[in-house]
Design a protein around this ligand. Structure first.
Ligand code: WTA
Length: 654
């Protein structure tokens, strides 16, 4: 608990309070009465939210709960793609824009709900032609282009769970995810655009498929037109097979508990966890939260969530939530500084974006770049701002409010996880008085608490661990193929309640402040990476005997990865810089560029207790340039002095 207490001590007293404006209150979707309503009869409350969706058959039981296994809306039948698309077209909203797509090079596409439905139907037919049936897993490895959403919705339409793998992951990472889910098909693109240049994706798929898999086909979208290696036994161009399909496709109904997707996320071991989500409960909660937290008015709002579909935020708040609510969205392929640092602001002005949902790391980057970039564009269309992925520091929150939101937009700081599927803790705009840096309180229908080491609720003004003590509709149903790990990871720390892995403080007004992970999971630019994952990548390099990795506070990225390595006997650290470069590249190859350590320090020894446990807390002190804390339990008390002296750094240049 010591790191958590340190963060608690750092958290100053935040007294600023921002009540919603009268104007916002007058038009808000959410009402304060929802808290009481949900409190009185939680299941009736969720049932009411589920009725907002189109069901093909009603459920018989709202919740079947045998700790830790939940089934929601049992017996109900539903199709995710019908709820996202067909329903709008059938009700006369086919001409509404679903996506304003902007490619990084400046190419644009405007896609209406009717057009999106046609594309999804054709793609569903193509998947069927490729032999994909309900229950088959499909891996999706794509740039941020409309076909990524189309592929997901087509899978959902035919009941084939998708497993989206972020396009920044390496071939090795892709292979392990393909193998774990036993995917039959991979959907990818020749490449995409990033930082002003095309990058390739297909070669990583080719590399991955050199491993043993049951993948029969690779479906490839032509995005960049770059030279692409082709195996005509396996590879199929999207335009060759999708374009000639019928535009008719009658969606089947699936059980409420039919698996919708698997999404891999880092845990405390090297092996990522395949977080499994099902259909009815997930859709209910993403639609409800999207409507209430973002106050969406689908007829007039232009909504932009900047997340990639490779992360859960892209699943819940680009694909399923907004489309179910009939929202008009902006989708952008590239990086925020291409071709200039005002790109995002230029797009907000161009499309008159009214709701922006992004991550603290980007907000801090904008702060560093300077106010002149947002100030050069008309951002008056914005009326609500959201934040997700990591704690937002009060300073960044204030900047977001003042410079981006012109002091008039409420900010929703939304806490949730891949595992929770949808937002759990957040202000309700038009209801909640917000404090800079606090996610405030659990949403109506959600029960979360801050508890101490023994699982006892801490009093107001105290810190501890965040837990969720009642099941919620969009909760994970398990870890793919690993039932024991599911119980062990989430349900064993405190008996019968979900342990989120985050430290939190509840202040004297009962507002919740998230304090970051308390386990071995790092949060780098809002992306979860486990220390063990990076350590095992490092020791898989021939030069490394042992490695210890810590997440050190980083002004820009939240946390930065700092690795301490012991070289194998006989490997001289002569060409230090060279070797460190090589090790960083090696981690990028094993996991992906997002996991490259910011610093690698070659050491002679690692600080260990007498029982051989590495004391990461001490390494973190070094990495954060602090005086090293209590090291009396070290087997060799001199180790830390040596490590501190030997701190030589190789900074990330890319
Ligand atoms: C962190 C992203 C503070 C937290 C949706 C959580 C946050 C992990 C917030 C999940 C927030 C996410 N304030 N911390 N508003 N949102 N986190 O699975 O540590 O990629 O456990 O889901 O991100 O990350 P994941």
């Amino acid at each position: 608990m010591s790191e958590n207490q340190e963060s608690l001590a750092k958290l100053g007293h935040e007294n600023r309070l921002f009540p919603p404006s009268a104007e916002f209150i007058a038009q808000a979707n959410a009402q304060a009465s929802m808290y009481d309503e949900a409190e009185k009869d939680r299941l009736a409350f969720w049932e009411k939210q589920a009725h907002e969706l189109q069901w093909d058959a009603p459920w018989t039981t709202v919740l079947d709960w045998k700790v830790p296994f939940a089934k929601w809306f049992v017996g109900g039948k539903i199709n995710a793609s019908v709820n996202a698309l067909d329903r709008h077209v059938a009700q006369g909203r086919g001409d509404r824009v679903a996506f304003f797509f902007e490619g990084e090079p400046g190419d644009t596409r405007t896609i209406t709900y009717a057009q999106l439905l046609t594309e999804v139907k054709k793609t569903a037919n193509a998947l069927t032609e490729l032999g994909i049936k309900d229950g088959d897993r499909v891996a999706i490895y794509m740039p941020m282009i409309p076909e990524a959403a189309i592929a997901m919705l087509a899978c959902a339409r035919i009941g084939a769970p998708h497993s989206v793998v972020f396009g920044g992951f390496s071939a090795d990472a892709l292979l392990s995810r393909i193998q774990d889910a036993d995917a039959k098909l991979v959907i990818t693109a020749d490449g995409g655009y990033r930082k002003g240049a095309p990058f390739a994706l297909k070669p990583a798929v080719d590399d991955a498929l050199k491993g043993k898999t049951n993948v029969k086909n690779v479906l490839v979208v032509k995005r960049t037109g770059q030279e692409t290696h082709w195996d005509s036994n396996k590879d199929v161009w999207w335009h060759d097979i999708v374009d000639r399909q019928s535009t008719e496709h009658v969606a089947q109904s699936f059980d409420s508990e039919h698996p919708l997707f698997i999404l891999y996320t880092s845990g405390t071991t090297a092996k990522p966890k395949g977080i499994s989500h099902t259909t009815g409960g997930y859709l209910t909660q993403v639609a409800y939260t999207h409507k209430m937290v973002f106050d969406i008015k689908p007829e007039t709002d232009v909504y932009w969530c900047t997340a990639d579909v490779g992360w859960v935020t892209g699943h819940s708040y680009v694909v399923y939530g907004p489309l179910i609510n009939g929202a008009t969205q902006v989708m952008y392929e590239g990086t925020p500084d291409t071709p200039h640092k005002g790109r995002i602001f230029e797009l907000i002005a161009k499309y008159k974006v009214s709701i922006l949902y992004t991550a603290p790391t980007l907000i801090r980057t904008w702060m560093k770049w300077g106010d002149e970039f947002p100030n050069a564009h008309n951002l008056k269309s914005l009326r609500l701002l959201g934040s997700v992925g990591e704690p937002i520091n009060p300073e960044a929150w204030m900047w977001y409010r003042e410079v981006i939101g012109g002091d008039r937009c409420p900010i929703v700081d939304t806490w949730w996880q891949t595992e929770t599927g949808a937002i759990m803790i957040s202000p309700l705009p038009g209801v909640t008085h917000t404090k800079p840096g606090s996610a405030m309180r659990p949403l109506p229908g959600i029960s979360g608490k801050v508890v101490d080491d023994n699982g006892k609720e801490v009093g107001l003004g105290h810190g501890g661990y965040l837990i969720l003590d009642k099941p919620w509709p969009s909760m994970l149903r398990g870890i793919w193929g690993e039932e024991e790990r599911y119980k062990e990871t989430y349900w064993s720390r405190f008996d019968g309640v979900y342990f989120a892995g985050d430290g939190a403080k509840i202040d004297t007004d009962a507002a919740i402040w998230l304090l970051g992970r308390v386990d071995d999971v790092m949060n780098v630019s809002g992306h979860r990476i486990s220390t063990t994952e990076v350590e095992s990548a490092l020791v898989s390099h021939a030069a490394v005997a042992e490695a210890a990795v810590v997440g050190a506070a980083d002004e820009m990225t939240g946390q930065g990865i700092v690795a301490f390595v012991i070289l194998r006997g006989g490997i001289p650290n002569v060409c230090g810089e060279e070797l460190i470069k090589e090790l960083r590249a090696h981690v990028a190859k094993e996991i992906g560029a997002i996991a490259k350590p910011r610093q690698i320090v070659v050491v002679q020894e690692l600080p260990k207790t007498r029982s051989g446990k590495i004391m990461r807390r001490l390494l973190k002190d070094v990495a954060e340039n602090r005086a090293v804390g209590d090291s009396t339990t070290l087997a060799d008390p001199n180790v830390m002095a040596l490590i501190s002296q030997g701190l030589s750094t190789a900074k990330d240049e890319d």
